[in-house]
Design a protein around this ligand. Sequence first.
Ligand SMILES: Cc1cn([C@H]2C[C@H](O)[C@@H](COP(=O)(O)OP(=O)(O)OP(=O)(O)O)O2)c(=O)[nH]c1=O
Length: 197
Amino acid sequence: MNAPSPSRRPRLVLASASPRRRELLARLGVEPDAIAPPEIDETPHEGELPRAYAQRMALEKARAVAGDDAFVLAGDTVVAAGRRILPKAEDEATARRCLELLSGRRHRVMSAIALAAPDGSVRERLSETQLKFKRLSATELDAYIAGGEWLGKAGGYAIQGAAEALIPWIQGSHSAVVGLPLYETRALLKAAGFSLG
Ligand SMILES: Cc1cn([C@H]2C[C@H](O)[C@@H](COP(=O)(O)OP(=O)(O)OP(=O)(O)O)O2)c(=O)[nH]c1=O
């Protein structure tokens, strides 16, 4: 293992542009030594299933960020309606289409994490959560869209905001839906030698 950093633990780079991942990591008492947004092609492969896609993305993000002497942590959160991978909503029309699809039904959120070690080895975990959206009326849908919280979110919603009031049922991990499954992340970091209490 590496020489201990001044914080007396291995160096850690968070390979993510997402402020939410940083905030969630802070809840484990971990402040990354550096943050490096990964630059990768996030296009799903033809016929790729949501779980495999989330795992591939987390792995590619971790590998895309050079670790030199540091561990690199990356995550990927995918909203799946059956075998379909819902897009990250970058415009209103996409968010609306996603929410119309999710309205009144159950869906899954796959949240994958990957931790690359300085020696090149990678540990991975996956968290799968099921959620149900209430059946959204046109007024509810319009109000949610007007709120703008969908921007940049997989599946066009953010459970950490107003959308939680539209979700009567969840089975799995709330933090995984927001972007970093805390239980799995803690386990991976501990297995890699981080002391997290
Ligand atoms: C479903 C859902 C997704 N999201 C977010 C989490 C992720 O940021 C985003 C899914 O996109 P990701 O590709 O997982 O992450 P990102 O592009 O935001 O950040 P990076 O790749 O740099 O780490 O959707 C929420 O914040 N709340 C939710 O309820």
